[in-house]
Design a protein around this ligand. Structure first.
Ligand SMILES: Cc1cc2nc3c(=O)[nH]c(=O)nc-3n(C[C@H](O)[C@H](O)[C@H](O)COP(=O)(O)OP(=O)(O)OC[C@H]3O[C@@H](n4cnc5c(N)ncnc54)[C@H](O)[C@@H]3O)c2cc1C
Length: 447
């Protein structure tokens, strides 16, 4: 009984629904920023049955307010469908650095109506320069020489998340709402239990909960695999204005590479990728992280060292790189009944092609369209729409995951002969950028 009365504390009385497609849905208390319930006792089976009748019911729940989750919620919103986003953190991720988005990412951001908001804040990157660790230029490219329609910008993750979230209806994201348990009910709904004991029911569950996805685990996916290298990332801040041309700069060494790219007139994103047999312990002391990063590139071109020095300590992070290969017939499908995965939850990939977030954005619009068509049509089933999403997206994301891994392995070579061949023959003479960026082709109409 206690369980039910606590649930009722944050249940709205049924009211007319703002989205005509789902008149029967009973929303949670949308005006509140987060769940209020603090129930910890497990209900008895009798109270569970009653809770099933009275706990909040949603049509679509999205787990995770990262890029994939917010883009999916916004795509659904644009198509007239309401969803509830559950996020474990107390707020949107305010830390973090930046992401390079290629034209496929921008096509999606335009389709969901926020491309121009972001374009105004971030520099267009014209090309790319590759150097050796001694600072010798090995090769340079202009993106538009290879593909007139290419668009590359590094976007601050925080601003991307805020821009997505600001377009959602108030209360669409519930913070401090960490998913702990998923169960299918006898009537085909999905019961979600949060770590604080709060329960709710949904007809459709979209797992956008990143590389350590609980939804993917529940669906039978294996843990992502560590690929043997880690990355330091940071965002250098130049209060008087940064001095760099709008180009991505890469520096390739032995078992070690780094890069930096201007993000805005005052910010420059950098990364260092280094080999390590195991991910090692998590280090959260930013002073230690900064020193470790600097130590790795002590004798490299001084620009890089300067950017690291100008990086506020709290923006430096170290991440072990992981991926998961979605082998046909071995890996579970992207959907199971009315449960489906988006972004890193489904296809974690290494960042070597800068495609993880771009693909999460692509997933979001493809899934939202299929789901909206099924919900609005009398004939198409939701399960069929989710299956069709998986079938369409798998040939896109599986090869990209492998390609990103292979490119990363080649760039992390340690053997001096192989590195010399790479830096003196392959990069200067053989690499062509056009075919390398073909994967950024993605057509996407406005929602
Ligand atoms: C070093 C590095 C560099 C990268 N660079 C690029 C790049 O340049 N370009 C690019 O396109 N991609 C890049 N990526 C990849 C990109 O960061 C990811 O692909 C992208 O963030 C995936 O978004 P997502 O929404 O799927 O997952 P996430 O961003 O991880 O979001 C998952 C969300 O789910 C929440 N969550 C998790 N578990 C729960 C739970 N149980 N309950 C409730 N909420 C939960 C989390 O708190 C988080 O907010 C890079 C990745 C790395 C590691």
């Amino acid at each position: 009984m206690a369980t039910i009365s606590c649930h009722l504390l944050f249940l709205n009385t049924p009211r007319s629904h703002p989205y005509s497609q789902q008149p029967q849905a009973k929303p949670l208390s949308r005006g509140r920023p987060q769940f209020q319930s603090r129930i910890r006792t497990k209900p008895t089976s009798a109270s569970f049955i009653k809770a099933q009748a009275e706990a909040p019911k949603e049509e679509i729940v999205i787990v995770g307010a990262g890029i994939g989750g917010l883009a999916t919620a916004l795509s659904l919103h644009r198509l007239g469908l309401r969803s509830l986003v559950l996020e474990q953190a107390e707020s949107l991720r305010t830390g973090g650095t930046s992401l390079t988005l290629f034209k496929n990412g921008w096509r999606v951001l335009d389709a969901i109506g926020i491309g121009n908001d972001l374009r105004g804040q971030f520099l267009e990157i014209e090309g790319m320069v590759v150097k050796s660790e001694e600072g010798r230029e090995l090769r340079s490219f202009r993106f538009k020489d290879e593909d007139e329609s290419q668009e590359v910008r590094a976007v601050e993750r925080r601003i991307l998340l805020e821009t997505l979230a600001n377009q959602l209806p108030p209360g669409a994201v519930h913070f401090s709402s960490k998913l702990a348990k998923i169960e299918r009910t006898e009537n085909g709904e999905i019961m979600l239990e949060l770590v604080d004991g709060t329960r709710l029911f949904t007809k459709i569950l979209i797992g956008c909960d990143g590389i350590r996805s609980s939804v993917a685990k529940w669906m039978g996916f294996s843990e992502p695999r560590y690929v043997g290298h880690c990355a330091f990332r940071g965002l250098g801040f130049y209060p008087e204005g940064q001095p760099f041309e709008p180009k991505v700069n890469y520096i390739y060494g032995r078992g070690l590479r780094a890069g930096y790219v201007p993000v805005s007139p005052t910010k420059v994103y950098w990364f260092i990728c280094f080999n390590r047999p195991s991910p090692g312990p998590k280090i959260s002391d930013s002073f230690v992280l900064k020193n470790q990063a600097k130590e790795l590139v002590r004798n490299w071109p001084s620009d890089l060292m300067k950017i690291i020095d100008l990086t506020p300590d709290d923006t430096i992070i170290r991440t072990p790189l992981v991926d998961r290969w979605l082998w046909p017939a071995i890996s579970p499908a992207a959907s199971d009944g009315q449960v489906v995965l988006v972004g890193d939850a489904w296809h974690p990939m290494t960042p070597n092609l800068g495609q993880g977030a771009c693909c999460a954005l692509e997933d979001a619009v493809v899934l939202a369209r299929k789901l909206a068509n099924a919900i609005k049509s009398e004939t198409e089933s939701v399960e069929g729409a989710l299956r069709s999403y998986g079938t369409e997206r798998w040939p896109r994301v599986f090869p990209l995951t492998i390609r990103a891994n292979v490119v990363g392995s080649a760039l992390q070579w340690e053997n001096p002969v192989v590195c010399s061949l790479r830096n003196n023959l392959i990069i200067p003479k053989l690499v062509r950028l056009g075919p390398l960026l073909e994967h950024t082709n993605f057509e996407c109409k406005s929602l």
